[in-house]
Design a protein around this ligand. Sequence first.
Ligand SMILES: Cc1cc2nc3c(=O)[nH]c(=O)nc-3n(C[C@H](O)[C@H](O)[C@H](O)COP(=O)(O)OP(=O)(O)OC[C@H]3O[C@@H](n4cnc5c(N)ncnc54)[C@H](O)[C@@H]3O)c2cc1C
Length: 505
Amino acid sequence: MGSAFSKPPPTVKPRNDDRIKGAREHIEPIVAALESLNEKIQGQVVLAPKLGADETSSTADEIYHEHRERPFYLNDANYPSAIVLVKTHEDVCEAVKFVASLDTAKYKLCIAGGCHSAYCMVDHSIVVDMKNLNECVVDTDALCMTIGGGAKIEDAHAALKGTGYGFATGTNGDTGISGLTMAGGAGYLGGTAGYGCDTVTAAKVVLPSGELVTATDDNEHADLLRALRGGGGNFGVVVEWTFKIYDVSNVLGGTVVQMCPTMNSIKRVFTHYAECLEDIPDECYSICALPAGAPVFANVLTMIGPDTPKEVAEVPFFQRICKLDGAWFKISNDLGRKDYIEEVTVMLEPLQKRTFGVALGAMVYSFDEAMRDALIHFARVDYPKKNKRGSAILVLGLTGEMRRNDGSKSSLRHRKAQAWVVVNGEWDPWASEEDIQAVKDWTKRIKAKIVELGGEDGPHNFCDTDGRRIKFFTDEQRSFLEGAKKKYDPNNLMTLNKNIISHAE
Ligand SMILES: Cc1cc2nc3c(=O)[nH]c(=O)nc-3n(C[C@H](O)[C@H](O)[C@H](O)COP(=O)(O)OP(=O)(O)OC[C@H]3O[C@@H](n4cnc5c(N)ncnc54)[C@H](O)[C@@H]3O)c2cc1C
């Protein structure tokens, strides 16, 4: 944290002419067909620019780069061959049918939602960019809201502002709701509501055939809805979700940052924290951060729900966790009454800024001494020493309804995990290849150690290796998802996101 914030903000790398050329050459044989698609849709098809034809960039070239450069991690701004900026559900149907009609071994369909994963702007692919399908409509009578398939969390929160309601989702407003929900969706309301995917009641989906269907728990596409709840972008393009909404008018929360300069102090603080996590009340949520190489321990805490007391002093969990036994002193503590939308949902922003980096996730079932010591070791001893920017280990508590839900209507393996550990490995824009590799290796070492100590790979959309081979799913879930894949995407059109294939390997 700390010093990283005072450094100049990173920008996307200079454009690479060879990669632009490669993207354009790839699409050249089907340019006429893409132009016809452009005529058919209300949105716009943007092609990788032709270099050399004109000394100056055209407006279309800039639109291409503006969208290509959307990924949260700037190094994921790759070079797709075409970007289809869809505006309507019908546009999505047309775009999907178009790609399905091509040689799909050569022209891959890629879906860009909130662009928080590395699979949204894949080289040489044809991207369906969902950004403009971001309308969110709140119905406080029916206690639900519809959310466009391209909406980010912040779009939904903008619609919820002032209503006194929130929805179960992630903690970073810039994240796409679709990608996040299809990976589970862990966040502040998890203890009472469950994962985001558990609170979805319907999804409108454009299938790989181009057909638009609505999936609910009670109709003929109930299997599709179950598959979307944790099975990733494997089955079609979601153009609209219906989510339940929850009362968030009564909230206490804030960030407590503690100085822990010695190994002894951080060990004691983290041990106490882990004990507190074991019996966290449903209404409470906690995310802690162990920044790489910084002598502090940061803890984001919330209590949300009608029964939340007026004062922090009346919440035993806060009192207990804030004791953080062994700490030297508190640098800051802004726990107090908060507006959920305007203050709580932005609390993690300083810890997660757009930059160059990678994120790895792993599930932890128990913070026993070996696990605690390992995480502290990677935060304080074995971390990249140069150009590591805001690299940090985050621990997101998984609580209450997230763990209690019997999982029969979803495809999430990790229901019983105690926490999701996210390793944010970041580097400065000027970092050498060697320094970048050191950061990447650090994230991998942490994940390997967590797995060695009894943890597991993280959720599906958050993977760094071939998703088909690592254990995201139980045998029952895998067999269910393979069946759903066979039914809804028999030709494996939705293939880029390290996906499930439609037949057993
Ligand atoms: C800084 C940061 C913070 C995060 N915080 C949280 C958190 O608090 N809680 C949590 O649960 N997760 C969190 N995540 C993980 C996040 O949920 C995943 O990275 C998720 O895949 C991001 O979705 P996206 O739409 O933004 O990304 P994208 O890269 O746009 O999409 C991810 C995948 O989903 C598919 N997809 C996206 N939209 C659609 C659609 N409409 N239809 C079909 N497929 C689609 C794409 O094919 C793509 O492969 C975080 C990630 C980052 C980088």
